[in-house]
Design a binder for this molecule. Sequence first.
Ligand code: TYC
Length: 101
Amino acid sequence: MEFKNEIGSKSVVSEEIQEPPQFRVILLNDDYTTKDFVVSVLISVFHKTSDDAHKIMENVHNKGRGIVGVYTYDIAATCCLEVHDISRQNGFPLRCIMEQI
Ligand code: TYC
């Protein structure tokens, strides 16, 4: 699309809409956090169903890490902070990280 700016010269503006960058949130296994606590975090922070939360938790427990979901930067960062805060408040070392796609 073509626009004229305030001094009358033409400029071309791309019509392509840029999608915001996406980030994977990855949950890390550890030897101390209880399975029940991990499931409760997946339900309360990431709004997973109980069924999905159990599957994700078992996958992380067995594989060492696993994708919880894909979000924009602010949502991914907020979820990671919440996981760390709730975990420390409850005496667990549970961690998650985010990775740009
Ligand atoms: N490995 C932990 C246990 O055996 C459970 C666990 C699962 C911890 C997933 C963290 O992200 C995690 N109690």
